[in-house]
Design a protein around this ligand. Structure first.
Ligand SMILES: C[S@@+](CC[C@H](N)C(=O)[O-])C[C@H]1O[C@@H](n2cnc3c(N)ncnc32)[C@H](O)[C@@H]1O
Length: 419
């Protein structure tokens, strides 16, 4: 019989889904800790874990995946400065901003947030960055602020000369970048986690939710929702974007930044702004399917009754794909779906239209169809980061971890090329 005690404990304490880190990873970590503590067998080590919260922390340290680097997915940092905080802080010299990096791992993400704002001419005293991670070891490294080559990936490294001092064994973050950043150890699932905090204008929560199973993802997202200011922006990892949509967030519309905002209460009932406003919304009564029949993933993206083919045809002609995507985000899923199909019929296969069809199928819980569309996108555009991210998340959700890892690998190569 397989011994699941250790995996169950880690799931309970830190939300870790054993499947997400591959078979054998927990077993290896337990074995390493058992040997380190000089204990004879698994039962003795289990007894130690029951008696010592310090040892539980040591086991957590042994299983976390602290992979991170400066300006990882640079589009997110640029969008945060250019489209979110920069305009607000430049318009009002008295205004300040509060940011959160959770999980911050060894600190690269939090320091990058500071550098990105400073690159936009915003002085460090105008903002504060809280940075939290469950790993005490990672937090100690973040506070030390000295980094080796692995933290600087890609070719655009000019920032290193501006914000770091060369040391014999790496590069040390300069004081002006450190000043606005405060690190703390913390577990997003701990009772009362950041209970006194909240109202963050910007939260980066990237590449952590992928390690949780669906109920824990929902729990973590509820915490993020509490911590985010009503008009705040939440940045997630590329593989986590589909999840945010399913959890009732709406895209902030920043290309490749994977940025989301809370959905306005009645988002599904509002007519979209811009060109789509000319399309008459269906009668209110037809907007909502009976609650009990709606799939869980569609709690926010409500289905609408199909419109007549002529209406759809004219929508596809007059709206561009971005508008179709906004339409889907606003809950007019069936119209957007028909629009995208008509668009493809009239203009030929397009990665953007296929991606939209993939997202719609994904949100409706039609995994097979979604994977089919994502793969079609990748056939036409092999480096499409959004399709790669969604496909990896989908495969992981469906238990194809080997497939997901292959896509992750492709994604990493793509990230490297972009950096
Ligand atoms: C892959 S790193 C992501 C770092 C950074 N956000 C990025 O995208 O580059 C994942 C981090 O999540 C942290 N983590 C895992 N479970 C956590 C939890 N329950 N609470 C807080 N941090 C957690 C790990 O310690 C690890 O440092």
């Amino acid at each position: 019989m397989t011994d699941t005690r250790f995996a169950d404990l880690l799931e309970r304490v830190m939300g870790l889904s054993a499947a997400s880190i591959g078979p054998g990873a927990i077993e290896r970590a337990v074995d390493a800790r058992r040997r380190e503590t000089g204990l004879r067998d698994g039962d003795a080590y289990w007894a130690l874990l029951q008696a010592s919260s310090a040892e539980v922390q040591q086991l957590i340290e042994a299983v976390v995946v602290p992979e991170t680097w400066f300006f990882r997915n640079p589009q997110a940092f640029r969008a945060m400065e250019r489209d979110v905080l920069g305009p607000r802080l430049r318009a009002d010299p008295q205004a300040g901003a509060r940011l959160l990096s959770l999980p911050c791992s060894t600190g690269e993400e939090a320091y990058t947030m500071a550098m990105a704002l400073m690159e936009g001419g915003i002085e460090p005293h105008r903002f504060s960055i809280e940075a939290v991670d469950i790993s005490q070891h990672a937090i100690d490294m973040a506070r030390a602020g000295c980094y080796g080559r692995n933290s600087f990936r890609g070719h655009e490294l000019a920032f290193r000369d501006r914000y770091f001092d060369a040391r014999p064994h790496g590069w040390a973050v300069r004081d002006e970048v450190r000043a606005p950043v405060r690190f703390a150890q913390g577990n997003i699932f701990a009772p009362g986690f950041m209970a006194q905090a909240g109202g963050f204008d910007v939260i980066f929560c990237r590449n952590m939710l992928i390690y949780f199973d669906i109920p824990r993802q929902k729990q973590a997202i509820a915490v993020l929702r509490r911590l985010l200011a009503p008009d705040g922006t939440l940045f997630v990892g590329h593989s986590e974007a589909g999840l945010m949509r399913a959890e009732g967030f709406v895209s902030a519309g920043m290309a490749m930044a994977f940025a989301f905002r809370r959905a306005p209460e009645a988002a599904a009932l509002r007519a979209p702004a811009g060109p789509t406003a000319t399309v008459a919304p269906p009668p209110r009564a037809s907007l909502r399917a009976p609650v009990a029949k709606r799939p869980a993933a569609l709690r926010v993206i409500e289905r609408v009754r199909p419109t007549c083919p002529e209406t759809t045809r004219s929508i596809a002609k007059t709206l561009d794909l971005a508008a179709l995507r906004r339409m889907a985000d606003d809950g007019r899923v069936e119209e957007a779906e028909r629009g995208a199909q008509t668009y493809i019929r009239e203009n030929g296969a397009s990665p953007d239209a296929l991606l939209l069809l993939g997202l719609i199928s994904d949100a409706a819980g039609q995994g097979k169809a979604a994977a089919h569309y994502y793969r079609k996108v990748l056939y036409l555009d092999p480096g499409n980061v959004e399709a790669l991210g969604h496909l990896a998340l989908l495969l992981r959700r469906e238990g194809d971890h080997a497939g997901a890892r292959l896509i992750d690998e492709r994604m990493r190569r793509q990230d490297g090329r972009r950096n």
